[in-house]
Design a protein around this ligand. Structure first.
Ligand SMILES: *Cc1c(COP(=O)(O)O)cnc(C)c1O
Length: 370
């Protein structure tokens, strides 16, 4: 008799569903019989400017060494990060995307039967990695779509190993103030890790927005993650990092696969980190796009969740099916992101694009809703 391998899979994996990425451009181009250049993808919060020229040049230089293993310690990138962030190299863990760091922290601390605490509507990866190791994921009801840190504190029990805080959160774009975060960190038990995901840190201008890295000295249980996938425009290369105490970084580095970040990613991330002009322009483009889209939503009478990231979730009109709006946009070559799997079935998330991409999206949306 044939073996039923799904019966043999560990319990946490059996009930998992794969992470749903945004629809790829080439796939939609094939389906519609269009050129890839006719497709507008605003579905994965990527940087619409394209990569930094400095990053491309760094990759070109690196090609001659393609036959060599990358620097497994990431010495140069860690040195640049430590200078820019004012931390020590021993505090940094490099990841194949910052998602890698989420996986490391779970594998270091979470056993079968333990749990992790997240917010309702939070980024989906936390629950996925926790369930892989047989842990429960306790989702705490959100408050106005944002993290209710008080309630999350209340959900911590003796089996809780990690609390995930996404600031700002994806897909809601909501954020927690410094005072709230500090009050929370002061009350989280010392033996519970707080993973503060700051994937969109660079985009946030609000005065009360906390910089998690500045809090590390006071909170030895804190791990802050950031990424090169968003404002630094390197999503495809898969590179991100965690910053923590040297002790936590040492533990995470024990489970980190050797050479998890390749030499192109290391070189490009280093160049992008030094290309401050590129990041400034990316942020300015995002600010203008966010203003444009929110005004357009206002004009169309659509409500939305105010966002400080490079994306925004808007609500389709009452009686309209968000999946039909999504399909209607697809037919016009515009890819946005359904968020029903985030318990937001009446919403769609759109990433801020270039000026012309934003205009194409709004025109297509008007057409679908007409
Ligand atoms: C995009 C995103 C990340 C980054 O993922 P990478 O693995 O670094 O590409 C992390 N957290 C959140 C909330 C995100 O939206």
């Amino acid at each position: 008799m044939a073996v039923d391998f799904s019966e043999l899979a560990v319990e946490g994996v059996r009930s998992l569903r794969p992470y749903q990425p945004g629809k790829p451009i080439d796939e939609l181009a094939r389906e519609l019989g269009l050129n890839e250049s006719d497709i507008v993808k605003l579905a994965s919060n990527e940087n619409p400017m394209g990569p930094s020229p400095a990053a491309l040049e760094a990759i070109r230089r690196e090609t001659a060494e393609l036959h060599r293993y990358p620097d497994g310690a990431g010495f140069v990138l860690k040195k640049t990060l430590s200078d820019k962030l004012n931390v020590r190299s021993e505090q940094i863990t490099l990841g194949n995307g910052s998602s890698d760091i989420l996986d490391f922290i779970v594998r270091v601390f979470v056993n079968d039967g333990d749990n992790v605490v997240v917010s309702q509507h939070a980024f989906a990866i936390y629950g996925l990695v926790a369930r892989t190791v047989g842990a429960d994921c306790i989702a705490v009801p959100a408050k106005d779509f944002g993290h209710d840190l008080e309630a999350m504190l209340g959900a911590i029990n003796e089996r809780t190993r990690i609390v995930f805080v996404t600031n700002p959160n994806n897909p809601t774009g909501t954020w927690n103030h410094r005072d709230e975060l500090i009050a929370f960190l002061n009350k989280v038990p010392e033996n519970v890790i707080v993973l503060l995901d700051e994937a969109y840190f660079e985009y946030v201008h609000e005065a009360d927005y906390p910089n998690g890295i500045e809090l590390l000295d006071q909170y030895p249980n804190l791990v802050v993650t950031r990424t090169f996938s968003k404002a630094y425009g390197l999503a495809s290369l898969r590179v991100g990092y965690g910053v923590s105490s040297p002790e936590l970084a040492d533990l995470m580095n024990r489970v980190r696969p050797p050479f998890n970040v390749d030499s192109f990613a290391l070189a490009a991330a280093n160049a992008a980190m030094l290309d401050e002009e590129y990041v400034r322009e990316s942020i300015a483009l995002n600010d203008r796009g966010m203003n444009y889209l929110t005004s357009a939503f206002d004009n169309l009478g659509l409500s939305y969740i105010p966002s400080v990231g490079n994306f925004i979730s808007f609500r389709v009109p009452d009686g309209v099916d968000a999946m039909e709006v999504y399909s209607g946009l697809l037919k016009q070559g515009v890819i946005v992101r359904p968020v029903a799997n985030y318990e937001m079935p009446e919403y769609l998330r759109v990433s801020i694009g270039t000026e012309s991409e934003n205009e194409i999206f709004i025109r297509a949306l008007q057409k679908v809703l007409a």
